[in-house]
Design a protein around this ligand. Structure first.
Ligand code: HEC
Length: 250
């Protein structure tokens, strides 16, 4: 087996063997970036191995030299002259070819609310409205308590017993239910914004809130206008957050 004594053949066998072992011998498959690093190390080791002495180096380089200049190797040169550009061209094509990609879409966490909404056939202004229940201080506590009942019945399973978004169903939902304890949610919003979100839910979100599908239900058919204001009052009362106020200029 004099062929196997050629350093060039040995180097090729080691490189191909190492590649096959890395590519197919590892479960689960190693990522390409890792395979590339390992192959670079193997390549360096092979270079050290074949250049360990002059004879070895010559036995490594000679076949390549012969392929380039030896008159008897003309057919090899022709094959290389055709195959190499095709391979390089194919590589460049795979790098440059357009890949299917999800379209980029910006998602607004708190999209702008509509100016007004239709609620059970009645038009309700969203801009500039505060919770009407706050006007009557005497009954406010009772309204908060009623809101608490609504919360336990309708909201708790998603938004959590502690209003922290960790309800029973929360782990199954993406986006997750809002965490009302988080200063980034209701504390940043006007109460009428919440009215819109609770009445119209995920289906009422504008396009800039896609592509995430919100599981927040639309409550307009199940809660009355008063009940929605009650549960809103409860959300702020229970978390100790203050609703954002409309600028006095409104
Ligand atoms: C099926 C689960 C589910 C139920 C039940 C549910 N919600 Fe939600 N809610 C969500 C999810 C998910 C989000 C976050 C996505 C979004 O904003 O639509 C959310 C968001 C909200 C927001 C928006 C907060 C913000 O920062 O933008 C409010 C307000 C809200 N919910 C109130 C309620 C109230 C009040 C109830 C009960 C009447 C309720 N939710 C019941 C799932 C639910």
């Amino acid at each position: 087996m004099s062929v196997l004594r050629s350093r060039f053949v040995q180097a090729v066998v080691i490189l191909v063997g190492a590649f096959l072992a890395l590519r197919f011998g590892i479960r689960p498959p190693a990522p390409w970036s890792v395979i590339q690093i390992y192959m670079a190390v193997v390549f360096l080791a092979v270079l050290i191995f074949v250049s360990s002495d002059t004879d070895s180096w010559r036995s490594f380089v000679n076949p390549m030299r012969a392929a380039l200049v030896d008159p008897s190797q003309r057919p090899v040169r022709i094959v290389l002259a055709v195959a190499l550009p095709i391979l390089l061209g194919y590589y460049a094509y795979t790098q440059a070819a357009a890949r299917p990609q999800a379209p980029a879409e910006l998602r607004a966490v708190h999209p702008a609310p509509p100016g007004s909404i239709q609620f059970r056939g009645k038009e309700i202004n969203i801009a500039g409205v505060d919770n009407p229940l706050r006007k009557d201080v005497a009954t406010f506590k009772r309204n908060v308590a009623a809101g608490g009942e609504i919360y336990v019945r309708s909201c708790m399973f998603c938004h959590g017993d502690n209003l922290d978004g960790h309800g029973l169903f929360a782990s199954a939902l993406n986006p997750p239910p809002a965490n009302f304890e988080d200063p980034g949610t209701i504390a940043m919003l006007q109460e009428s914004y919440l009215f819109w979100r609770i009445a119209k839910g995920g289906p009422g979100l504008p396009r800039e809130s896609t592509p995430w599908n919100s599981a927040m239900p639309a409550w307009e058919d199940r809660l009355t206008e008063e009940q929605i204001w009650q549960v809103i009052a409860y959300l702020y009362d229970a978390t100790g957050q203050e609703p954002r106020r409309w600028e006095t200029a409104h």
